[in-house]
Design a protein around this ligand. Structure first.
Ligand code: XMP
Length: 511
């Protein structure tokens, strides 16, 4: 049976993915579609409810995204959020005006009337607002259910028609009862039962994959990252040894990481595992290269050359699989191609390589859902909760020319750093941490000897989205132990510095 679905109709707001994730957290599947999706298509999908998102514009701007008002009369409940709230008022001939005083940030609202949407919500509560227009007169048939000091209509509804709208953002955590409000919309208004759970996902996806693949082969590019690892686990559960995973180890991964990936997938899962080791070739291509962009380019080009060559050998009768996830596929409501993330999973396959089709088993999942599936499939925590790791690997953490010797020093230093962070129990507080090998040697003294050896920089950041980041305030005693261990345990390291630059102005990586 198809599962319940909520449509998040995207008008270009910044929190739109978050809305879909929050809905899914309540065990209801949500998908995001652009505001230019035809109404007939929406009607045909059988949605249980529709959410209009926020958006950057005023409803009176001609260029701002609008929608056929008929959508409010197709018998599917609608919740309008922020711009979506104003749009609903505008569609039903209410009045939207410019605020004399815009509201931004945490604002107190007061619930004014009984409402399914506010079941279990305190009369006075804090919400997150961000708007310069407001509803100055609710449309006919609607009643105002909440207000703030500067916003006389912070929420309105037409219960009989299932139309609800809130000026604030229930999807952000700053809205005290945001989660309750969203849950009320899903369960009290739309009548959802909550059938989007990861156990079901695994079961139904495995069944679908078996049907699609039949007795044929599947080839998957495995990078050791979260997405491709979970895709591998899922495909292995579905078709076992019909699956071939191709793992290109360009020798720029962390210490023992390549071996760990191989051991995990060959011992825990049924599949054919093909590993291509090519550190020597990569280092030779990078000889004498010091410019960061040139390094990135060479590593990327070389990686795909080796990867596609191997895939070419495996191609033919059967399918090609990739670990694409939902955010890689969503286009912004503004229809602005520049905002689509370019992702290594979406690099185009050379035209001469032919398969029967492409399979993306995680194409509907957000990252946190991918992780939950990974855990349920028994993939080790080290892979499921792996920190982001740049495609060019340690190549962008070795400043200057890359040599085998430098890779070894950095791998050792990075392993010691990570081990000490783990021992100190602060791993969960950090979003990402790693060692960097700058192209710097300094004078030191060890025993009675002068040394002239490498400097290691350590980097640790906290962040929500990696667009901005703060350097982590690691306690001094932990830093002291890290420094001691790096100088004592890693050959050719005689000095350690801690990077205290936030992003901006720095980036997380050094290159
Ligand atoms: P920056 O250095 O841009 O990094 O502040 C932000 C986040 O992106 C990761 N990163 C990459 N990830 N390919 C990737 O898949 C890359 O080329 C790449 N470069 C940086 C970085 O580790 C951080 O998490």
């Amino acid at each position: 049976m198809p599962h319940e679905k909520i449509l998040v109709l995207d008008f270009g707001g910044q929190y739109n993915q978050l809305i879909a994730r929050r809905v899914r957290d309540h065990s209801v599947y949500a998908e995001i579609k652009s505001y230019d999706t035809p109404l007939e298509q929406i009607k045909a999908e059988g949605y249980k409810g529709i959410i209009f998102t926020g958006g950057p514009n005023s409803v009176y701007d001609e260029s701002s995204p609008h929608y056929d008002p008929e959508i409010l009369s197709i018998g599917v409940p609608v919740l309008g959020i922020c711009y979506g709230c104003q749009l609903m008022a505008w569609m039903r001939k209410g009045e939207v005006s410019s605020c004399t005083k815009s509201e931004y940030g945490k604002i107190e609202i007061e619930v004014k009337a009984e409402s399914k949407l506010f079941k279990g919500v305190s009369e006075k509560n804090i919400v997150w607002m961000s708007h310069t227009d407001y509803i100055s007169r609710a449309p006919e048939g609607f009643r105002v259910t909440a207000a703030s000091a500067d916003c006389p209509c912070a929420a309105m509804e037409n219960e009989a028609e299932g139309l609800y709208a809130v000026q604030f953002h229930p999807e952000v955590t700053h809205s005290e009862y945001g989660n309750v409000i969203l849950k009320n919309f899903l369960y009290e208004v739309c009548g959802c039962k909550g059938d989007w759970v990861m156990d079901n996902f695994i079961e139904t996806t495995v069944a679908k994959l078996r049907e699609q693949i039949g007795g044929k082969r599947v080839v998957l590019g495995l990078s050791g990252g979260v997405d491709s690892s979970v895709a591998a686990g899922l495909l292995s559960r579905a078709v076992g040894s019909q699956l071939t995973c191709v793992f290109v180890d360009q020798g720029l991964m962390r210490k023992d990481e390549g071996d760990f990936v191989e051991k995990t997938f060959t011992s825990l899962f049924d599949m054919r595992f093909v590993r291509v080791n090519c550190q020597k070739e990569f280092v030779s291509k990078l000889k004498g290269v010091t410019d960061p962009e040139q390094k990135r380019k060479i590593i990327g080009t070389e990686f795909y050359k080796v990867f596609w060559d191997k895939i070419r050998e495996e191609a033919g009768d059967g399918f090609f699989a990739q670990g694409t996830i939902y955010p890689d596929r969503i286009e912004s409501g503004k229809g602005d191609a520049a905002t689509i993330k370019t992702h290594h999973n979406q690099v185009k396959m050379p035209e001469d390589i032919k398969f029967d089709g492409v399979i993306e088993p995680l194409g509907d999942l957000f990252k946190d859902e991918v992780r939950r599936v990974g855990e349920k499939l028994g993939i080790p925590k080290e892979l499921v909760w792996r920190q982001p790791f740049p495609g060019p690997g340690l190549g962008v953490r070795i400043i200057g020319e890359i040599t085998e010797e430098k890779i070894k020093i950095l791998q050792e230093a990075d392993a010691v750093f990570r081990d000490e962070i783990k021992n100190s129990g602060i791993e969960q507080e950090l979003s990402q941490f790693f060692a960097v090998l700058p192209d710097v040697r300094t004078v030191g003294v060890m025993g009675d000897h002068r040394t002239y050896d490498h400097l290691i920089a350590i980097r640790a950041v906290t962040t929500d989205d990696f667009m901005t980041a703060d350097w982590a305030k690691i306690p001094y005693d932990v830093l002291a132990r890290i420094s001691n261990r790096l100088c004592n345990e890693v050959e050719h390291v005689n000095r350690v510095v801690y990077d205290i630059t936030s992003k901006p102005p720095g980036t997380v990586e050094w290159e």
